[in-house]
Design a protein around this ligand. Structure first.
Ligand SMILES: NC(=O)c1ccc[n+]([C@@H]2O[C@H](COP(=O)([O-])OP(=O)(O)OC[C@H]3O[C@@H](n4cnc5c(N)ncnc54)[C@H](OP(=O)(O)O)[C@@H]3O)[C@@H](O)[C@H]2O)c1
Length: 372
């Protein structure tokens, strides 16, 4: 993608070292070798204390370094990426199903090096470069974070910490959503007509690349400013501006009917999909990664009526095997994380606000420690 082999930096929001403010204690912790010395018991972190508050609800704090429990690794953080679920949790959107504990250090996508291991952990040495997911608890906005060893994978030198941090949630979601739509990397031929909506976003930009890697034909929707990226570097065959009548109607310029849709954009009425899905025995499937109540009702109706065209609500599942697959593709330069912007931990609220704004191109990354 472009001139850089494994990463596209779409915009640079606030990456300068000049903005950093390190406490003396934090600097001491950052200068250590992989395992935190006994004297370094606290770390810099950014956390919130209750529901709501957005970026202004984030506070810079000095808190104890967590200890890895059985089966966990302690990661000295280099980068974290933000996913909308991180700030949706802060908004209280999961409150009915998952009451939250406060204070909470957000960010589930982690990249760094192994600083300590808990009991029973095999296969990791201190200093190993890794990526991990700690979903939904988070913990990434800190100098140290813990993750299950079973959801931690090695990061090769070809994949930077920032790029690695983009993969665990968004790229795994893209991969699994394509599989759920029958347009995975290994699905049997013939190639499918795939539509990816919000193709410039964290999930969508991976979905376009993965669908192309699977040999499928890809139509994608995005804003006008991202048409060149989506149809060029990401490799979509067709790109539609979602603000135009054709884009809003998801109408393929070449008249394609879609076998598989990975719907990453906000809710659209079922009628919009119905008009553009493939007909016939198999019908077309819409995998909706943010299903609204109306979409859930539609999905239920399709299920009980055995509808050929159907909507399927989707929730990703953290997966070590999928992370390893994606890291391998990134190492080979086949899959390229697009980094919207990199922010130092000291400016994490700006990163949070950028993600909450809903107009990131690719992933919003927070760099931590020596990477800042
Ligand atoms: N179910 C799951 O397992 C799962 C997993 C991950 C994410 N999600 C959800 O999936 C959604 C997308 O996540 P994400 O990380 O990709 O979000 P994101 O990175 O914040 O998406 C931002 C992108 O969406 C584009 N966009 C916004 N409205 C659009 C529209 N109507 N048509 C086309 N593009 C549009 C924006 O383009 P412009 O700037 O040009 O407007 C922007 O580039 C979120 O709601 C997230 O919570 C669900």
């Amino acid at each position: 993608m472009g001139r850089t082999p494994s990463c596209v930096h779409i915009q640079t929001q606030t990456p300068t070292l000049a903005h950093q403010t390190h406490t003396p204690r934090a600097s001491a912790a950052m200068a250590t070798t992989p395992s935190p010395p006994p004297s370094a018991t606290t770390m810099r972190a950014v956390q919130y204390d209750g529901y709501g508050g957005g970026a202004e609800g984030l506070k810079h704090v000095e808190v104890p370094i967590p200890s890895p429990k059985k089966g966990e690794v302690l990661i000295k953080m280099e980068a974290a990426s933000i996913n909308p679920i991180d700030w949706k949790i802060q908004k209280g959107m999961l409150r009915p199903f998952l009451p939250w504990k406060f204070p909470s250090i957000p960010a589930c996508d982690l990249a760094g090096e192994v600083a300590a291991v808990g009991g029973g952990v095999r296969g990791f040495e201190l200093g190993d470069k890794v990526i991990a997911i700690n979903f939904p608890s988070g913990g990434g906005f800190a100098e140290y974070a813990v993750a299950q060893a079973s959801l931690t994978v090695a990061r090769p030198p070809e994949v930077s910490a920032a790029e690695g941090a983009c993969l665990p949630l968004a790229a795994v979601t893209a991969l699994q959503a394509l599989r759920a739509a029958g347009a995975g990397l290994d699905d049997a031929p013939p190639p499918k007509n795939v539509l990816v909506t919000a193709a410039s976003g964290g999930v969508g930009h991976f979905a376009v690349q993965l669908a192309r890697l699977g040999g499928h034909r890809v139509t994608a929707t995005c804003g006008a400013r991202n048409l060149a990226l989506v149809a060029g570097e990401l490799g979509a065959d067709e790109a539609l501006d979602y603000a135009t009548p054709d884009g809003a109607a998801l109408r393929s310029p070449s008249g394609r009917r879609y076998d598989a849709v990975v719907h990453c954009a906000p809710h659209l009425p079922w009628q919009v999909f119905d008009r553009v899905l493939a007909e016939g025995d198999t019908g077309g499937v819409v995998v909706d990664i943010t299903p609204s109540p109306a979409a859930l009702a539609t999905a239920l109706l399709h299920r009980v009526t055995f509808s050929k065209k159907r909507l399927t609500p989707f929730m990703f599942s953290p997966s070590k095997a999928d992370m390893e697959l994606l890291v391998a593709m990134a190492r080979q330069g086949k899959l390229k994380p697009a980094v919207d912007s990199c922010h130092p931990l000291s400016d994490a609220p700006a990163a949070w606000a950028r993600s909450m704004g809903g107009h990131a191109t690719g992933k919003v990354v927070v760099k931590i420690g020596e990477e800042e």
